[in-house]
Design a protein around this ligand. Structure first.
Ligand code: ADP
Ligand code: MG
Length: 715
């Protein structure tokens, strides 16, 4: 146990929770009342920030940072790579007299200008004007990222071009939150309530693998591609189901506790930890928060997990599919909306009116997923996730919504609605008890990509490496659009003389019928569902290149542009960036695979082949002496097997080489991506098959790579 773990034992969580964030308590304490109020107005209502106030905040932040021995600050942002970016600047400056001073002004807090020409812009900026700038997002608290020689003050920021185009993941998320805010407030108004704000809440559950650093460092594929490109199945996999929720190994527990301590210092409320399905696979879930903050925090979580793992000589694997044949990692994104009175709008509520409002909002979500299943699918598309979706471990690439039997029955009876279904009747149907019913695991469907879980939806198809921003952005936008349309129709019904409840049920009925195809309560892993979904006309976008085409579809562009979530140029740049990322990621994989096959697997295979050749030759001499040549037979068979795999490896490697050369000849990125998906990936699998067969033939001491049975079972 490390010395830092000793410390853990003695401290009360409350003594260090949030100490590394410039949070509300600190601001209240450090800022003059007027400045604090002004800043709150900016944070809560998006009011513009007074320059004086910015200077005051910057000063307080600097003083706080200096108390912590901080020398540098950075605007911390999320470019379209899906990772985070930082460029550190020292507070240090030299004044007119040549004396050192430490400076941090309001301007420096608000705006930064990284030399950002190397971030992907998807072709949006030409290089001569390739500078984007970062701008402080006051709604997410500044924090200290601890480093080995002291911390860095990180200022969560958006990243935009000089023309105001979003070059990052945060800007569109913020836009979508405010569009949904407005649309949801208008729905609530229909029910005679005024709320000042509706906020999106997100709770991402993060899955990951841990392996010993020595194994990791002996595997070029893990280092370069984040996943094993070769590796035979271990004799024991996850078939015993003994890992899920099993007792946590001490080394892992130490890792979790140290990581959580770092998270707590950052005010990130890590709540749940447990073993996952696969050996050496784990999960961490925080308590949910406002979407924008949740997205920042999830990036911090991934970063902290990686750092703490390194400290303990462990490697953290965030990849969606680090090990073939073993469950991969995802990131369940729990999504809901809450109004300024603190009501979760996906909580059915107690009164008839609350229940009807709940149904209206629920149906808006159904409508959103129904209308935009394809682009929602695109937001979760990545090379890693392609290995999971539809592979009997994760939801399929087909989007559908699971509601649970009670809620489904309610919607069905509203749809039939021969006799008038009143709000009171809905109460009779037990709608108010839904959260209780749903929390009972019997009414859960683990195979659904998008499931209602009592008072929130759980978007289950995200990959473990994904930024949660884009999925939340598109979901917010799509739901906002449906809410707006539904509100207009309800208001029109009311204008024709119906009361609110009657008007709502008339519209609910219509939308329930319209969105029926997107509802699916059965097993999403089954082949029958694929056929059924096809009959229903639901999109089944099998891989990333297919899914990404959704960004070019007229209806999707129209939705995002008309709501001012993304401009056409911003959509196109995301499409281009994602395509490029797809091609580049797989290029790294096949280059690594080729090298491993030729410099590691082939030499080991040849060495063993020689051993077998020698053995056979030796036997041949003996058999001549004995006058019995049948004794060679079995060894000759083994030799044939080894030689056959060696020849297979050689041939498939040649094919892969040819195909990857062809990749370079494509002009259009989408054609290149499709070629990679359809042709190169299967060729990689062919190479792998021979490598894996050889792994099972070649003696352990000749095999140059750690095996699955070691990486997944020894720690
Ligand atoms: P599970 O059984 O899927 O693990 P939990 O109830 O433990 O479900 O919740 C999982 C995640 O959902 C947690 O991160 C939790 O904070 C989050 N969550 C709960 N309520 C909400 C909500 N209203 N909005 C967003 N996320 C939520
Ligand atoms: Mg979950």
């Amino acid at each position: 146990m490390s010395s830092s773990s000793e410390e853990l034992k003695r401290e009360n969580l409350m003594d260090y929770y949030g100490i590394n964030t410039f949070n509300d308590t600190l601001m209240r304490e450090k800022l003059p009342k007027e400045a604090y109020r002004n800043l709150q107005d900016t944070i809560k209502n998006g009011a513009s920030l007074d320059k004086e106030v910015a200077n005051t905040v910057a000063h307080a932040m600097k003083e706080w940072a200096l108390e912590h021995g901080i020398t540098h600050f950075t605007h911390w942002f999320q470019p379209m790579t899906g990772l985070t970016a930082e460029k550190h600047d020292a507070f240090l400056d030299i004044d007119g007299d040549g004396e050192p001073i430490q400076r941090f002004s309001g301007n420096m807090l608000i705006q930064g200008e990284p030399d950002a020409s190397s971030f992907p812009s998807g072709g949006m900026r030409s290089t001569f004007e390739a500078r984007g700038y970062t701008m402080w997002d006051p709604s997410s608290p500044a924090f200290i990222m601890e480093g080995p020689g002291g911390g860095i003050l990180c200022i969560p920021s958006v990243f935009i071009s000089y023309n105001g185009e979003a070059l990052d993941k945060k800007t569109p998320l913020l836009r979508s939150m405010s569009v949904l805010d407005k649309a949801a407030c208008d729905i609530i108004k229909i029910f005679g309530r005024e709320v000042s704000k509706v906020t999106t809440t997100l709770g991402p559950e993060q899955e990951y693998f841990l392996v010993d650093i020595d194994y990791y460092e002996s595997r070029p594929d893990l280092i370069l591609a984040g996943r094993t490109l070769i590796g035979a199945k271990p004799p024991k996999g996850q078939q015993m189901e003994d890992h899920y929720f099993g007792s946590i190994k001490e080394r892992v527990l130490e890792f979790m506790q140290l990581a959580e301590k770092e998270l707590y210092k950052l005010g990130i409320p890590a709540k749940t930890r447990h073993n996952e399905v696969a050996p050496h696979q784990f999960e961490l879930a925080p308590i949910f928060s406002e979407a924008n903050i949740a997205a920042d925090r999830n990036q911090q979580v991934m970063e902290i997990l990686k750092r703490v793992a390194t400290r303990l000589d462990l490697a953290l694997l965030l990849h969606e599919k680090p090990f073939a044949g073993v469950n991969g990692s995802g990131k369940h994104l729990n999504w809901s909306i809450v109004d300024s009175d603190g009501h979760n709008l996906l909580d059915p509520g107690k009164t008839p009116s609350e229940n009807v409002q709940f149904l209206v909002i629920l149906v808006a979500v159904l409508d959103a997923v129904y209308n935009y299943a394809d682009i929602l699918r695109a937001t979760i598309a990545s090379t890693g996730n392609d290995h999971r979706l539809g592979a009997n471990e994760a939801p399929p690439a087909i989007m559908s919504v699971f509601l649970g039997s009670s809620l489904s029955n309610i919607l069905d009876s509203i749809e039939k609605g021969d006799e008038h279904v009143s709000a009171d009747k809905i109460i009779d149907m037990g709608i108010s008890n839904l959260p209780k019913i749903q929390q009972d695991n019997t009414d859960r469907n683990r195979t659904s990509p998008f499931a209602f879980t009592g008072n929130k939806f759980e978007f289950r198809a995200l990959g473990s490496t994904a930024s949660i921003s884009m999925s939340a952005t598109v979901l917010n936008a799509a739901v906002a659009e449906s809410m707006k349309a539904i509100a207009v129709e309800i208001v029109a019904e009311k204008a024709s003389g119906k009361d609110t409840s009657e008007a709502c049920f008339a519209i609910l009925k219509k939308y329930i019928a319209k969105t029926k195809p997107i509802r699916f309560e059965g097993n999403n892993y089954s082949g029958d569902w694929v056929a059924e979904a096809k009959k229903r006309g639901l999109p089944n976008l099998k891989n990333t290149p297919e899914a990404l085409e959704s960004f070019t579809k007229e209806k999707n562009i129209k939705m995002l542009t008309s709501l001012k979530i993304l401009s056409e140029a911003e959509i196109e740049s995301r499409y281009n960036t994602k395509l490029e990322r797809y091609c580049n990621t797989i290029a790294i994989e096949y280059e690594t695979l080729k090298t491993m096959a030729s410099t590691m697997v082939m030499p080991a295979a040849l060495a063993y082949q020689n051993e077998v050749v020698n053995a056979v030759q030796g036997l041949k001499e003996v058999s001549a002496l004995l006058g019995d040549d049948t004794i060679i037979d079995e060894q000759a068979k083994l030799l044939k097997k080894v030689a056959g795999e060696v020849a297979g490896l050689s041939k498939t490697s040649d094919v892969l080489k040819e195909l990857t050369e062809k990749v370079e000849t494509f002009e259009a990125e989408n054609e290149k991506a499709a070629f990679i998906a359809d042709t190169v990936l299967p060729a990689m699998d062919n190479v792998r098959a021979h490598c894996d067969a050889l792994e099972e033939l070649v003696p352990d001491d000749l095999w140059p790579l750690p095996k699955y049975r070691e990486m997944l079972f020894i720690m």
